[in-house]
Design a protein around this ligand. Structure first.
Ligand code: HEM
Length: 580
């Protein structure tokens, strides 16, 4: 038998590699702070522990690793150490007890380029961030401002109902996921730019390109010593190109706003310009800050968070028939949307749990029986629907690992020493399913919140953190929830829902898209059937836009009257007559 011996150069290379690994190990051991060593998976010289994440969703892989290594573990990703916490006490330490120390974000290449050197609220730090956050709470995303956008929400949700109405009367399925993305995109862009901005579409198209770029990742973020690779791979160059495009659009938009200021119906750019002019801010805001805020608040509502590898299925072009005139069907095809995702997950869970669906529909239909339509002011009385939203966010938090935090000072957490500057991730997805904190945590059971489990997602129950907690908790929670609950209530009130023909509940793919987001991998397609006719202004829109009937024609007037009278079911008949 022949004995195989490696060649001399190969053996030497192997020996050299071994020595390098050993030297690195000994060095890190000697420089380590006091306290026990972090548990964690073993790592390879160049890629660190990346190979442990291959082939699974990051939050799933990290939960499985935590089961083996414990609730506090260290993971080396490339050249960067990350501490991953999967315990309620750990989350409480970072987000409450030591919140001030951990209220910092790492500097990420994309945020630096796109947001004018991290001049937005989500990625800035220190005094500048504190000032912007105050503006967000008081002026931009506070209760009063959110309320001021109620008519915008009502209008956009009505347009959604109109499109679902098309599908219902035609007996066709609708790509609900895609249409919900349009809904939330329209709301956020119009809230920021106002309704009069001609640049909206161009802006969103460019944002879409930025999101597509997040399907790659910055080498420099994971290998700080190889930052040059971001230039060589074209990552930075492309981002700079998109940044310039966004900058030009926003510059023009700001000039337009400066020329025609309106105090009666302020959009977010109007508000920011007013605050800039008042000049009494501790840290003055510049035009660049305004632009960064608008860009990142749009991105924040998408799951565009660093190294987010999205592989969501593109929208189905065959369903263009049901799309609002002038709207781009595949807007944000590469990205996903927090609010829209949550509605989509809620509808997915409800279709799989008919009892919960019936109960939610009964609640809203019973309450709105005499009225015939749902307004934003009605929503707080739908306690069960609120529980459906909570249960959906528990099982499908859009940011399963929150956004990363960085400690400013070296500190102790649960007996371990976390050196200053180390990135910390909290697996809120795993916490929200952990049998230690939840009975039957993997199952969808909205009633758990009505039967004694009074956990809330407002940042005080550390096993339930879909919006995070502490100083850097989501700044747009009320903004997101108001759209979410209104749209869901109307979808449940006006329509009954079924899976497309031939599809059994077991066939519905509930897979999440790959990346740091937990959106649906494949858009949800459902078949609606009308239950309560649409009697709000939306119906007027339905008939006005239906199949291109001109708003000034007699046919339009006919439909208009039919709509006003609430003859939703007559629509199909009327349409047939007209086509003849
Ligand atoms: C269902 C909807 C939403 C969910 C579940 C959600 C969740 C989150 C989470 C988990 C964070 C990170 C918190 C942390 O690090 O502790 C965050 C941050 C943020 N979110 Fe949301 N979000 C939603 C909607 C929105 C909307 C609609 C807006 C804006 C209109 C928004 C604006 C922001 C901003 C500005 C931050 C950064 C806050 C900071 O760093 O100070 N979010 N969000």
């Amino acid at each position: 038998m022949e004995l195989w011996l490696p060649s001399l150069p190969l053996s030497l290379s192997f020996l050299l590699l071994l020595l390098l690994v050993l030297r690195r190990y000994l060095r890190s051991k000697s420089s380590r702070n006091t306290g026990p060593e972090f548990p964690g998976p073993w790592h390879l010289p160049l890629i660190g522990s990346l190979h442990h994440l291959v082939g699974a969703l990051p939050h799933h892989a990290l939960r499985d690793l935590a089961r083996r290594h414990g609730p506090v573990m260290r993971l080396r990703v490339g050249q960067v150490d990350q501490i991953v916490l999967t315990s309620r006490d750990g989350a409480q330490q970072i987000l409450k007890v030591q919140d001030a120390n951990f209220a910092f974000r790492p500097e990420l290449t994309a945020a630096k380029i796109i947001a004018y050197g991290c001049r937005d609220v989500a990625f800035s730090n220190g005094e500048y961030w504190r000032q912007l956050r105050k503006l967000c709470v008081m002026e931009l995303l506070g209760a009063k401002r959110v309320k001021s956008f109620a008519s915008l929400r009502a209008e956009q949700v009505s347009l959604l109902m109109r499109d679902v109405g098309y599908a219902a009367t035609a007996g066709k399925e609708i790509n609900l996921g895609a249409r919900l993305n349009e809904l939330t995109n329209s709301i956020v862009v119009q809230a920021s730019f106002g309704r009069r901005c001609p640049q909206q579409k161009k802006f969103m198209d460019t944002i879409k390109e930025v999101i597509k770029m997040s399907s790659g990742f910055s080498v420099g973020d994971l290998f700080p010593s190889l930052k040059i690779m971001d230039v060589l791979t074209g990552f930075s160059t492309k981002l700079i190109h998109y940044h310039k495009k966004l900058d030009a659009i926003l510059e023009e938009t700001i000039q337009e706003h400066l020329l025609s200021r309106r105090d009666d119906e302020e959009d977010l750019i109007d508000v920011l310009l007013r605050l800039k002019d008042q000049g009494d801010l501790e840290v003055p805001i510049s035009y660049e800050s305004i632009k960064a805020l608008v860009i990142v608040s749009t991105l924040c509502q998408t799951n565009y968070i660093f190294i987010n590898i999205n592989s969501r299925e593109p929208d189905d072009p065959s369903l263009n028939y049901f799309v609002v005139d002038g709207c781009d069907q595949d807007l944000f095809a590469g990205g996903t949307e927090t609010t829209a995702n949550t509605i989509e997950w809620a509808m997915s869970e409800l279709i799989l749990h008919p009892q919960a669906m019936n109960r939610a529909q009964a609640e809203v239909r019973e309450a709105m029986k005499g009225k015939g339509y749902v307004e934003e002011s009605d929503v707080p009385q739908f306690a069960y629907i609120h529980s459906v939203v909570k249960e959906t966010l528990r099982l499908h938090p859009p940011f399963p690992l929150l956004f990363p935090r960085v400690g400013q000072e070296t500190t102790q957490v649960l007996g371990y020493t976390i050196p200053a500057g180390t990135r910390v991730l909290i697996n809120v997805w795993a916490l929200a399913r952990d049998p230690k904190y939840w009975h039957d945590g993997e199952s969808f059971k909205p009633e758990r919140f009505q039967e004694g489990d009074d956990k809330e997602f407002k940042g005080n129950d550390f096993e339930f953190l879909p919006f995070g907690a502490g100083r850097r908790m989501c700044a747009g929670m009320s903004f997101g929830l108001s759209t979410l609950e209104l749209a869901l209530s109307q979808l449940l009130f006006h329509f009954d829902w079924a899976l497309p023909k031939g599809m059994a509940p077991g066939d519905l793919d509930m897979a999440e898209s790959f990346g740091s987001s937990a959106s649906r991998k494949i858009n949800l397609h459902l078949v609606p059937s009308p239950r309560f006719p649409l009697r709000s202004k939306s119906f007027v829109c339905i008939v006005a836009n239906y199949k291109g009937i001109p708003r000034t024609s007699r046919a339009h007037d006919f439909f208009f009257m039919a709509g006003l009278l609430g003859f939703g079911c007559e629509l199909k008949l009327a349409k047939t007559k007209l086509q003849r």
